[in-house]
Design a protein around this ligand. Sequence first.
Ligand code: DOR
Ligand code: ZN
Length: 458
Amino acid sequence: MGISQTRIHGGSVYVGGDLKRNDILIDGGVVVGMVTPGSDAEAGETIDATGQLVLPGIIDTHAHTRDPGYTHKEDLTTASRAAAVGGVTTMIDMPNVEPPTDTVELFEAKREDAARKSVIDWGHWVAPTKLDQIPKMAAAGATGFKFYQVSGAYPHDPRLAVNDEGSILDIFEAVSDVGVPCLVHPFNQAIFDALSERAWKTGSPHNWDTFSQIYTTDAIWKTAVGVLIELQLMTGVRLQLVHTHSQGSLELIRAAKDRGQRVTAAVDPKYYQLTRSELQNGKGRVCPAGYVTEDPARIEAIWAALNDGTIDMIDSDHAPHTLDEVAAQDNDAWSAGMGSPQYDWLYSIVLSDVAAGRLPLSRAVALLSEEPARLLGLWPRKGSLLPGSDADLVLVDPGARHTLTDEGLQTKVGWTPYLGRTITGVVNLTMLRGTVIARDRQVMEEPGFGQYVAGVAQ
Ligand code: DOR
Ligand code: ZN
């Protein structure tokens, strides 16, 4: 025990799958041990956590920082500030920026620029659309790769879309060789296009409501996932499927896991949290979802998968667009910036389901922190509060309730899709590598504090 140490006193610490009434000791940015609350300990700083939970910070594998290129919506700094107050300590962001990150030169330029901007630890999924760039980007430290099967207008940039299955096979082969994860946004573009044509012919409005109904059609996702799982089997690539809100996809993923395939799945809150009435009353704030929660069997399948481990992760898909952009495009949703900001209250949204009895705390921590750390090859350095782990954690008042408004948000776009919702479980403090980066919903650290998370071959 010494004065260089920080002691978090009086809380219930989540460690080894359970809450323990211990004080946690931190030195040099890492957890060095636990002591009973009554024991003597000289510490340089004591943080009072009486009545609070001490949980691992969220590791979010799905951020859209909009940086570079779309920084009127968000940038590395504002995204990381919103993340910090929401309980996120590491984020990995997506390549659909301008220019899209599809060469080693662009990746290095992004990394150099971003190094000065992020408050939290961060990494970057680069695009594998240029085969010769894959080994070069991996050697330069890319966290992993991400491509989209969906194409159209921004944010689904055609330059990042790969539909042709032969090309996907080539990409999987090349990414498998370098050993880092390959994330895919599954989508059967041909079915989507056909259903869109039909809707337009019958005079359906080209708005968010029609778009959302077509976009979330189960077969569009399930047929894509079926092929991706076959191509994974052929190549052994470490495959992570995002936006896993399709009941049919969940059945295919469960079977692939039973066969021992290296497939994991993430779902983002908008698909299982937000309802169609919120889409309509919230003036498009919840696009493109709303329709998933309309189908009782489907939403039940998602909850079962969150609980039984078929879904490995909740990722945020923090995808800010300005409210003006979203509203202006309600008459042309096919060329619109779908997506919503998610960071400011992310932990609270998930903990509200813990409070309501829909998810055990152990699953919430696994979904938000442990499994993402494993995907990145970082567990137990991150995603855990064991001795030797980075002191990346949050203090949560589990009983505190708060009704969400657009006031005081850190995201640059300044709005939340959860307007009017009352959450249970408020993050009061976020710590990254032993340093308090947010307290009482204020950001305490400067841009540049965040360190880069390089890819780990597994
Ligand atoms: O809702 C979404 N928004 N889904 C995506 O796949 C992309 C994202 C964005 O970048 O806005
Ligand atoms: Zn996304």
